[in-house]
Write a new protein. Structure first.
Lengths: 144, 398
């Protein structure tokens, strides 16, 4: 498989075309955070509902390239049902994976593992990360 | 034209088509930079010893080389950090000093952020009006459309010479003549012009003209503001300190004339040496030859791109080496990674010109720019990469 094929795995294109958990909800129990990359126009807003330390729901909306938009969808599926602590650990692990750093391969990160190909394209790390960054901010915000 | 040998970055099959963002640097330029650090290494304008005198002489010789290159006087060439700094200087100094409530500033949607944002700021602070010249169907600035917005209230006309996305050359000579008839002052963003075509400030009769070194084979961190002598000497400095002053008293100080009144602190001397060498390098090839060469490459590329189904070109008729395009249904950033995989460097995004991206009504574009070191073989490899990209994303059904 070429680097490019590894970057654009079927899973990624599937989530790009058929995003899960897309669209925000009007509900005060949700925490919302938006991350933009002004240099390319990627723009993602994440909304999450945490109850008793458990991520009950993750919603997303935004626009950008396939890596950026699909990662919001994959992230939502990965983190729903996890605890805040588990989520933050997965987020950290995910960042390390896309940057090509050492990461815990045993930690279950679901379909998010398909983004390991991003590490071969350093210019795309930002695209793959902004949805996760927005989620991280939501979780930190929720804690306060 | 074969100048690849002068550019050590071009190796291992690299196809560099992003000179619009920054050109590569030839050995002659990097040698000149190194020469400053190994042979001089001292400050200018200050030392009484001969080494400092020699460094100063070389610095001022560079200023003369650049003045000759754009047909300007020695005192009319101010060194800045780049075109952005130069454009900001005009707005912060001339703009803030001369724009009043109700005055009008003409700009266009083709402007780079650095050309329009300083005037947005001036307009807000001074309660002046920012007026957008309507682009024609093709996205060009035309003399007719300029006439439609020029009024007796127009005080500033801030326009690009060559659009960094569309590659169109603005018909400035006539626009400047008309602007002067109503007493307006014209500031030209020439960042995409000076590297690619002959620019003559006297013939143009522009009041200000800004450009960057790094887009014309020169170093980063150096650019030029050209301004008419009498205007520059009437303008307040925007930075105060060493070397720009004349007499300094406890509560008052007087300033030197241009160019020194705008060059305070130790300037990037090595970069000035490098920029001089870049100008000499471009002159040795000839600006007309460079423009012709770029046009030949872009025409050859456009001809082939038009035969690929699923490619949209936004500026098929531009007269410079810039092609703005997209692959239908593929986000430019996704496409750019495919180009990267094929060792083709090009730009994806809005190119610091969100207004024209919005005018085109697309989220972003791909941009390929050709320069003197590119050749027909580069175009073939570029076209091949476009075909591969179209095919790849078709198979993935994006």
């Amino acid at each position: 498989m070429s680097n490019l094929e590894n970057l654009y795995r079927q899973v990624i294109m599937d989530h790009y075309k058929n995003p899960r958990n897309k669209g925000l909800v009007e509900n005060e129990e949700y925490v919302k955070f938006r991350v933009k990359n002004p240099s390319c126009g990627d723009d993602i807003t994440i909304q999450t509902k945490v109850v008793n330390g458990l991520v009950e729901d993750v919603r997303h909306i935004g626009s950008g390239c396939s890596i950026c938009c699909s990662s919001a969808s994959v992230m939502s599926e990965t983190l729903i049902g996890k605890t805040t602590t588990e989520s933050l650990k997965i987020i950290e692990n995910y960042y390390n994976m896309v940057k090509g750093n050492d990461y815990d391969k045993k930690l279950d990160i679901g379909d998010a593992v398909v983004y390991s190909g991003v590490s071969k394209f350093p210019a795309r790390v930002k695209c793959a990360s902004i949805a996760w960054q927005a989620m991280e901010e939501c979780l930190k915000d929720g804690k306060n | 034209m074969n100048y690849k040998k002068d550019f050590p970055t071009i190796k291992d099959g690299l196809i560099y088509l992003d000179s619009g963002a920054s050109s590569l640097k030839p050995l002659q330029v990097t040698e000149a930079i190194k020469d400053y650090y190994t042979e001089y290494g001292v400050n200018i304008n200050r030392g009484v010893y001969s080494l400092s005198y020699l460094a100063t002489a070389k610095y001022e010789e560079a200023r003369q080389t650049i003045a000759d290159f754009i047909n300007a006087e020695f005192e009319e060439v101010i060194f800045t950090r780049g075109a952005s700094s130069a454009l900001n200087l005009v707005a912060s100094s001339y703009g803030m000093d001369n724009i009043n409530e109700g005055d009008e500033i003409i700009v266009s949607e083709l402007e780079h952020h650095s050309s329009v944002m300083p005037w947005q700021h001036v307009a807000k602070v001074k309660k002046a009006k920012l007026v957008y010249l309507p682009l024609n169907k093709e996205g060009r600035i035309t003399v007719e459309n300029f006439k439609s917005v020029l009024t007796a209230k127009t005080k500033i006309v801030a326009l690009t010479y060559v659009s960094n996305v569309m590659g169109y050359i603005t018909p400035l000579e006539e626009i400047i003549k008309l602007a002067h008839q109503t007493g307006a002052v014209v500031s030209v963003d020439a960042a995409q012009a000076v590297p690619h075509k002959a620019v003559d400030c006297k013939t143009l009769d522009c009041d200000f003209l800004s450009f960057s070194g790094h887009k014309m084979c020169g170093p980063t961190g150096i650019g030029v503001l050209y301004g008419k002598k009498e205007l520059l000497n009437s303008m307040p400095p925007i930075e105060f300190g060493g070397d720009m002053n004349d007499n300094v008293e406890l509560y008052e100080a007087t300033f030197k004339d241009s160019p020194y009144r705008f060059e305070t602190g130790t300037m990037p001397i090595a970069s000035v040496f490098g920029l001089q060498e870049a100008v000499l390098y471009l002159k040795s090839i000839g600006m007309e030859k460079i423009l012709k060469h770029e046009y030949k490459l872009r025409s050859y590329a456009v001809e082939q791109l038009q035969q690929i189904a699923g490619v949209t070109i936004y500026n098929p008729n531009a007269e410079t080496g810039i092609i703005a395009f997209n692959i239908d249904g593929v986000h430019p950033h996704d496409a750019a990674s495919s180009f990267d995989e094929n060792k083709v460097c090009l730009r994806a995004g809005h190119h610091c010109a969100q207004l024209v991206t919005k005018w085109l009504n697309v989220p972003a574009t791909l941009r390929a720019t050709f320069y003197l070191y590119n050749d027909l073989e580069d175009v073939d490899k570029f076209i091949d990469a476009v075909k591969k990209t179209v095919k790849f994303f078709k198979e993935f059904g994006s």
